[in-house]
Design a protein around this ligand. Sequence first.
Ligand code: KG4
Ligand code: ZN
Length: 341
Amino acid sequence: MRILAIESSCDETAFAIICEQDGKIVVEKNLLATQIEIHKLYGGVVPEVAAREHVSAIFPMLMESGVSRDGHEIDAIAVTAGPGLVPALRIGVELAKTLAWIWKKPLIAVNHLEGHIYSVWHHAIMTTKEPMFPSVCLLVSGGHTELLLMRDHGDYQMLGMTRDDAAGEAFDKVANLLGLGYPGGPIISKTALAGDPNAITFPRPMHGSGDLDFSFSGLKTAVRVHLEANPIDRVNTANVCASFQQAVVDSLVDKTLTAVLQHHPRSVILSGGVSANQALRSILHDKLEKQFPDITFHAPDLALTGDNAVMIAVAGLFQAKRNQFVDPLALVADPNMRLAS
Ligand code: KG4
Ligand code: ZN
C-alpha cells in the first residue's frame, strides 16, 4: 500500500509518500519546508502568517513529489486534521480533500499527536523493535504534554496531561526570558551542556501530586524570579538552562515511571518535538532499563522528532489497515481533535 501524506498543523509544511512492502515501510518522499525563520521575528507562530506560507509551499511540494497527475500509484491520502492552528490545518486538509475527490482515493484523517506516536513505527514495523501493547506513551511537543495508555493500534486512554503550559512551550518561554530566540528547546539543550543542572534549585512541579498530570507555568515563573535577582551573564545563562532542563526532565520522567508502575505496560514510547532532548531520552531510557528491565523503550529517529509527514503517513497506514476512512466532502479541520478523553 502506498500512502501520500500532508502535514500543515503548525509552522512546517510537510509532504511524504511511503510504501509498505513485505511488512517494511519504505519512505519514497519526505519533503519539509520550515517557517521558523519567519516566526522568529514574532517570538512564536502567527497562525495567519503560517497559513500563507503553507499555501506558497504546498503546491511546489506536490509538483516536487513527482506524483502522477492522476495519482494512480497512490492507494490512499492521509492528512493531519487536528489538533493545531485552524488557518494552517485548513491548507493541508483542503488540498488532501481535493486530491482524494478528483483521484477517487480513500482519505484518512490523522490526529497530529497520533502521528507523533507512530513516528517510532517508521523503522519498527514487523521487527522486534515494534512496541508491544499495552504501551505508556509520553507525548511532549510545543502544544501538548500528555501521558497516554495505548492499548492497541488506535485505542488510547488518557492518563494525564499538562494543566497549563506544554513542556515545549516552557522551553520556548524560558528561552525568550533569556533572550535566546525561538524555538527554545534546541538552544536551551545546547546551552545547558556548559551549565550545572544542580546549580539552581527550581521546583519540580506536581511532584507527588498523586495523579499523572503536569504543570510547567510555575517553573517558568521561578526562572523569571531568579533572573530578576541575578545577572543574565554567560555562566548564569548556562546554569539556568541546565537547571531548568533538569527540572522539566525530572517531572516528565517521574510521572512516566509512576504511570508504568500503575499500568504495567510492555513498552514505553517517547515522542513529540521535545523527544529530541538528549537529557530526556537518556535519563528516561536509563531509569526504565534499571527499574523495569522487561519493558522496551522506543523513541523516534532524531529526524522524525519534529513535525513531518512521514509520521502522518505511518499513522495513516495503520488507520487504512482498519478501514478508517473519512468522506472527502465532509472532513473539516478540528483544532481540538483529541486522541482520548
Ligand atoms: O512536535 P513539535 O515539532 O511541534 C508541535 O507539535 O508542537 O514540537 C516543537 C517543540 C518546541 O516547543 C521546541 O522548543 C521543542 O519541541 N523542542 C525541544 C527540543 N527540540 C525541539 N525541546 C527540548 N529540547 C530539544 N532538544
Ligand atoms: Zn508536533
